[in-house]
Design a protein around this ligand. Structure first.
Ligand SMILES: Nc1ncnc2c1ncn2[C@@H]1O[C@H](COP(=O)(O)OP(=O)(O)OP(=O)(O)O)[C@@H](O)[C@H]1O
Length: 242
């Protein structure tokens, strides 16, 4: 593990009454201690997971819309302002890594196509061909399989977005190999009850108050999915009736 703690500085003149400090999880944030090589951010839509992940990425020097330290391209990224108020504590400090954000992966793929025009080896880290020529799920998987390795920090925003359940399980295997054998560290925002099941992961729940650590079976993702699968017909009848 490399990144040990994320702290919010409150005395640097940031406008606490404005976005992103008005998001409850950010508003209450003091520090988060990362206790496992695989950490998940969970919480309702709009609870601030992407905003914090993007700020961490920016602080790491990764492109805030997706990429590593050497990827520079233009695209809108909204959470970068929080980066000025975030302190990252490392032991040891590393600079390798990557920020993957499902929602702007298209722009990243275009950026790699542009690199390939000047450097014919640019596709090598992405499965040997344009990410645009691969399906959404295949392109995510090419990234995980070919680009990720070694002593690095990977920040992933909803990596499950394009993955079938089968591929999510395959992703867990890659995650396991990278975390166990290569020493990679992951911080992942997810809604996937499959990914969240990774053994030994630390799950941080973005609530209406402070961020809380919870167990897998305490997550809504587990509880709602389990209830749905166990009582599908009744559940649907209840929610679809007037
Ligand atoms: N540029 C912006 N200005 C004002 N509010 C914003 C801006 N960008 C995001 N927000 C708000 O910040 C909140 C947190 O957004 P964020 O994308 O971090 O949520 P999230 O937990 O990642 O959600 P999801 O699970 O849907 O991806 C949301 O209520 C969103 O509407």
């Amino acid at each position: 593990m490399f990144l040990k703690r994320i702290s919010l500085l409150r005395d640097n003149g940031a406008a606490m009454e404005q976005y992103p400090y008005t998001i409850p999880a950010i508003h209450h944030l003091e520090k988060i201690d990362l206790a496992s090589p695989v950490v998940f951010f969970v919480g309702e839509n709009g609870s601030g997971k992407s905003t914090l992940l993007e700020a961490i990425a920016d602080r790491c020097g990764f492109h805030p819309a997706g990429g590593g330290r050497n990827n520079t391209y233009e695209v809108h990224a909204s959470g970068a302002s929080l980066a000025d108020s975030i302190r990252l504590s490392w032991m040891p400090k590393i600079t390798n890594g990557f920020f993957m954000r499902a929602e702007s992966f298209y722009h990243f793929a275009t950026h790699i196509d542009q690199l390939e025009e000047d450097d014919p080896s640019a596709y090598a880290s992405y499965g040997g061909r344009s990410l645009h020529e691969q399906s959404h799920g295949e392109s995510f998987f090419s990234l995980f399989q070919n680009r990720f390795s070694g002593q690095a920090l990977y920040l992933l925003d909803e990596p499950e977005a394009a993955l079938s359940p089968q591929r999510q399980l395959a992703f867990l295997r890659i995650l396991h190999e990278l975390a166990e054998q290569e020493g990679c560290q992951f911080v992942i925002a997810t809604h996937s009850p499959i990914l969240l099941g990774y053994p030994g992961a630390q799950i941080l729940h973005f609530t209406d108050g402070p961020i809380e650590e919870i167990g897998y079976e305490e997550t809504d993702h587990f509880k709602i999915t389990k209830y749905f699968l166990d009582h599908r017909e009744k559940f649907l009848k209840d929610i679809l009736s007037d």
